[in-house]
Design a protein around this ligand. Sequence first.
Ligand code: G6P
Length: 610
Amino acid sequence: MCGIVGYVGNGAVSDILLGGLKNLEYRGYDSAGIALNDNGKIDIFKAPGKLGNLYAEVEGKKLPASGGIGHIRWATHGKATADNAHPHLSNDGRLALVHNGIIENYKSLREELEKDGYTFYSETDTEAAVHLFEREYKKCGSLEQAVVAGVKYLKGAFAFCIMHDSEPDKIVAVRQNAPLVVGLGKEENYIASDIPAIVGKVQRIICLNDGEIAVVTRKDVKIYDFTGKEIERQPEYIGFNPEVISKRGYPHFMLKEINEQPGIVRHLLQDAYADGGEIPCLPKVNAGAAAKAERIEIIACGTSLHAAAVAGFVFEEWLKIPVSVVAASEYIYRRPLTNEKTLVIGISQSGETADTITAVKKAKETGAHILVLTNREDSSIVRYADSLLPLKAGIEVSVAATKSYTAQLTCLYLLGLMLAGHRQSLPAEELKKLRAELQHLPSKMENVLAESAKIKDCVEKLKNYRQMIYIARGINLATAMEGALKLKEISYVNANGYPAGELKHGPIALLDENMPVLAVLTPGSRIYDKMISNCEEAKARHAFLAGVTFDNDTEADRLFDLLLTVPAVAEEFSPLILNLPLQLLAYYVAAALGREVDQPRNLAKSVTVE
Ligand code: G6P
């Protein structure tokens, strides 16, 4: 949700800022801008729309500078216009800042500052901060002191990079409920919302904590708390190599990430069963505490919520305790029965989703054991975790989640099996059987991906529909919901997932030859025959019928207009494999329609505002 960068040093400042923003594009692409400090003069360049527009804006210009800040925006307050684009400049033209987050009390601040004579030029919440810091600077004449004085007035979430023309070699960075990392170089230092912006540039980083201010010059970095007291922080070594953010020859990150999935599952299984036992070993999970729970609540958003739904289904089967799955944005405003006997599982690929963080924080206050699944062990959500389950999917660049979903499912299966082992809620024989089934998944997934050309060929039959219904029952209802979400997100086709049994209670009114229905089937399961009946009902209403099923399905062929098959697996694990054709279908439809697959309109990869 917006990305910010800062740089001080001898490098080509504008190129470094633009390169950093390029790697943060997954955080938003409504507008972009940079501010350069050229020997005491601040120059600002900004452009609405994608980063490419800003590249065009600065192209061919000589832009000498000793430091600068940059921003990529996902609009919250105010439309995606040049006036609302960051950086914002103070009325005296001497102080510039970029911001990620929402300043909740911006209206009252704006009124106060307008009374003090400040003029506003944008509709953003951010502009209140720039005038506030100018006002405080005028009182003390020091940028860091102005920031310490100014942050006391601010409520909400904010990560800032702030600079003043009188100190061309300095950027002050602030973190409160929005991520920020400082990269330590030699005679140069970096600031960024996330590590991809500085990967390959520095070896050492300091991840700022909430309530911290970093004063960054080319020579050194000093960290202070909001009272202005200096804090000692040890840098850590960066764990990513630049290769992780390359497309490796694929036309889009999404296709690359889809193809990485079997390898991710294989590694997770290898790690969890490295000791040769039948019960997975998850070293950062406090198994004793987690297994004692009398009920489980799983909280997540978006694709992570679909992984939660699959887990909800299998956990009840395996652990024999009640499990509820709640959208984090709803959990926040409910009065759940969470207490010390509840295991609360928060799932977030980014670890920065504001709704999920707030929900997990709320659950923690009740004394529940908090178990966090995240792809980013350095993320904000981790600080609330009593137990941690890292997804180890590698950086996911495409805004539409694919490999992180598969990693979430795999980790949740492993967690369920581990808890079942500790609670002895499944017989040892069953645990052994499930383990063996799981081990076959990666190679079966590889077989599906090896045949992706077949799915590409099917796209012609589907790409011209503007709407679509996905149906399933049982454990694969989440697969249908996720498949529909994927298609909707990246192709803008109005695809919606429904429990197949609900079709007759409303959505069936939508069916005719213009409304294809895609069914997710699991032959051999107790719901298979009911699914086939629901598909017949759709067919009788002239709907084009597409299906995803196992290759041992003997019934579906006669009924479906289009059938995609995958190798048969145990029903419990079928979401892992049935999801693959749906991801590929969404991808190829979006690509055929010429959509911006990796950066769908209006979306951002991590949504750091509620
Ligand atoms: C955004 C993304 C989705 C993602 C959701 C939850 O809406 O566009 O793809 O599933 O956030 O993200 P998280 O990082 O918490 O899993």
